[in-house]
Design a protein around this ligand. Structure first.
Ligand SMILES: Cc1cc2nc3c(=O)[nH]c(=O)nc-3n(C[C@H](O)[C@H](O)[C@H](O)COP(=O)(O)OP(=O)(O)OC[C@H]3O[C@@H](n4cnc5c(N)ncnc54)[C@H](O)[C@@H]3O)c2cc1C
Length: 381
């Protein structure tokens, strides 16, 4: 039986995750999304569920719990998912050193991955550039989803399976606390509930702007590209990252050779640091390849995409990977909010009103697990 009424604001992955975990616990859930359909970071990403990027321990465990939820949701809702795993490619000696160190420490850290020779990498994927390939790091835990499909299918499934009431084109404009939590919408409706979760992504101005301004969140813009479906049913076989990515995720931070790799990249190709470029590829179920990305942290997000940044991304992609067809079918940018040094930001500005954002580049990987943990805490309290 329903135990309380919960209103979730925002139908990105964070809002959807909190709505699902609340419904699983028997709460009655209303989901409000200001757009006619979700259009934020959650449909603009690679669709990589990426536990290998999380530091060993609690965060990696949260990522793996999220992964299990993704598989469960895909089966229930009927969207495409591929538990394809991932490869980090090492084309330089310093990249190979980091990959070897990580693979050697992985069993002690409880991380499931292993070092592959260049030949073994090329057996696993036709997408690795064989020229200069030293070795690769194989991890079986990553999954691929097609973000626009998954994020747009999930609300219908939550409605049909759990009775979640989804209201699109409904902006929450004000939230206050009287005897209950009251949410006012742009249409002038007033919804009363026991608890509200505000998962507005990178919108740091509309609701609780003072709390969000004081939180230390930064906004990041990322440029992305997508090819059309690759010809002849070509498949990459797994997600791919190049040696540049080793400097991006916290999981590799403890590798003794990482500072030397960082220093070499800064010396040889400072433009990559300037634009925060590392290159990854993900293939959708229909064969398109999602390519990216860059990272520009700034309060004021530049609305125009840079051709220079795109050309640098494509240059680095072509160094690390081989695709049958590189023609670009779509270009876009996404924006996320990030709390430096943390996996998310949460606050309760009014009793029963929770703000959740700041998952940075790992929202698809972490949202289900973090939402599950949040609901455990709230229900226990
Ligand atoms: C280019 C790019 C690539 C990425 N790749 C990956 C990846 O491969 N793997 C990974 O794990 N993570 C990835 N990320 C990170 C991930 O996409 C984000 O962490 C995640 O999508 C954030 O989800 P969210 O729900 O907080 O925000 P959003 O998806 O932006 O959703 C917020 C929603 O709230 C709605 N909203 C805001 N205010 C209101 C209001 N007042 N009333 C009603 N609705 C409101 C907005 O319209 C929006 O739909 C990537 C991000 C980007 C930008």
């Amino acid at each position: 039986m329903p135990t309380s009424h919960v209103v979730v604001v925002g139908a990105g992955i964070v809002g959807l995750a909190h709505a699902w975990m609340a419904a699983l616990r028997g709460h009655r859930v209303t989901l409000l999304e200001r757009s006619p359909r979700a259009a934020g970071a959650s449909i603009r990403n690679f669709g990589m569920v990426w536990p290998i990027g999380q530091p060993a321990g609690a965060l990696q465990a949260t990522a793996l719990r999220s992964r299990a939820r993704w598989l469960e949701a895909a089966q229930g809702a009927g969207f495409w998912i591929d538990p394809c795993g991932s490869l980090h490619l090492a084309h330089r000696d310093d990249e190979a050193a980091v990959v070897e160190e990580f693979a050697a420490r992985a069993p002690d850290l409880g991380i499931e991955c292993r070092l592959l020779s260049a030949a073994a990498v090329l057996e696993r994927t036709p997408a690795a550039n064989p020229a200069g390939l030293r070795c690769g790091l194989w991890s079986p835990t990553e999954c691929a989803v097609d973000p626009p499909e998954a994020i747009r299918v999930l609300p219908g499934w939550l409605a049909a399976r759990y009775g979640v009431e989804c209201r699109f084109a409904t902006a929450a404009t004000r939230i206050e606390r009287d005897r209950t939590v009251v949410i006012e919408t742009a249409a002038g409706d007033r919804l009363s509930c026991d608890r509200a979760i505000v998962a507005g992504g990178a919108d740091l101005e509309s609701l609780f702007p003072r709390e969000l301004a004081a939180a230390g969140l930064t906004r990041c813009k990322l440029q992305m590209l997508r090819t059309g479906a690759q010809p002849g049913g070509w498949r990459a076989g797994c997600h791919l990252a190049s040696g540049l990515t080793l400097r991006h995720y916290a999981s590799f931070a403890g590798c003794p050779s990482l500072p030397a790799l960082r220093a070499r990249i800064a010396r040889e190709t400072p433009e990559l640091d300037l634009h925060g470029i590392h290159v990854m590829i993900a293939q959708t179920g229909s064969g398109e390849v999602i390519l990216g990305d860059s990272h520009h942290y700034d309060e004021a997000i530049e609305p125009f995409d840079s051709e220079l940044v795109e050309s640098l991304i494509l240059r680095e992609l072509s160094r690390a990977y081989r695709l049958p067809e590189w023609s670009i079918a779509a270009r876009w940018h996404g924006i996320y909010a990030k709390l430096p040094g943390a996996c998310q930001w949460r606050a309760e500005p009014l009793p029963g009103v929770h703000l959740v954002t700041g998952l940075g580049g790992a929202g698809m990987t972490m949202a289900f697990g973090l939402a599950d943990e949040a609901w455990m805490e709230w229900d226990d309290a």
